[in-house]
Ligand binder design. Sequence first.
Ligand SMILES: Nc1ncnc2c1ncn2[C@@H]1O[C@H](COP(=O)(O)OP(=O)(O)OP(=O)(O)O)[C@@H](O)[C@H]1O
Length: 254
Amino acid sequence: MALIKLENITLEFPVQASKSDRRQSSKESHIGGQLSQGQSGQMVVRALDQLSLTLGPGDRLALLGHNGAGKSTLLRVMAKLYPPTHGRVTVQGRVAPLLNLGFGLDMDSTGYDNIFIRGLYLGMSKAELKKKADAIAEFSELGDFLDLPMRTYSSGMRARLAFAISTHVETDILLLDEVVATGDARFLKKANEQLESFARDSKLLVLASHSNKVLRDLCNKAIILEHGRIKASGPIDEVIETYAVSMGVDGNDG
Ligand SMILES: Nc1ncnc2c1ncn2[C@@H]1O[C@H](COP(=O)(O)OP(=O)(O)OP(=O)(O)O)[C@@H](O)[C@H]1O
């Protein structure tokens, strides 16, 4: 079972903002959510604005949109990391969020121990992890580094391990935030293949990326977010084209 249902979701972040004459209204600005004064008088950024969406098995959704449009926030709402200010979130099925690569990893433990720490956090059983630990270790290609504490890793090495763990979990829903773009070229190719095989298993995937190629390879539908609202939705190629036209760029690039 894989289902994500968002009903009329609004999410506001309270922020400290000093008064400024330089400030453009967020409607005029091309980046960010909507900056306004909330009911209590405090400034808020409305990152998601009355957004509704239903996804089921086989849906592989690309999130497109300008910087600060709300893509990462939307993924975090789906992962139930952020409770919405208003609206209802229903998620059925096991979820593997690959949003913040450090999340759920213990920097003082070894890479190998972290396979278990993060695996358990993602809902795998100890027995399942024992069976998969070698495959995860091999996929990461970290070799002897797996016996060293993670704080000694480079960011690309951390990304490899986090990616390897999250994509080996038996999960129904995979939520990805641009992370595929970390790592060297060879790992990227391998990571994409792994994601493609995950997507082929007809699971539910939601992916935010600024790379049209990655989105085309992995997704079958897309939405464009603009200041926290859904501006367009439909089949992936169509929406990428619409987005490219609205941004004044070539949709076949990157
Ligand atoms: N923790 C936070 N506190 C305050 N505001 C936040 C926070 N996280 C996000 N925002 C605001 O919410 C809006 C949406 O941000 P979000 O990170 O979801 O955008 P995005 O579409 O993922 O952007 P990008 O493509 O630049 O990564 C932005 O205006 C941002 O400033």
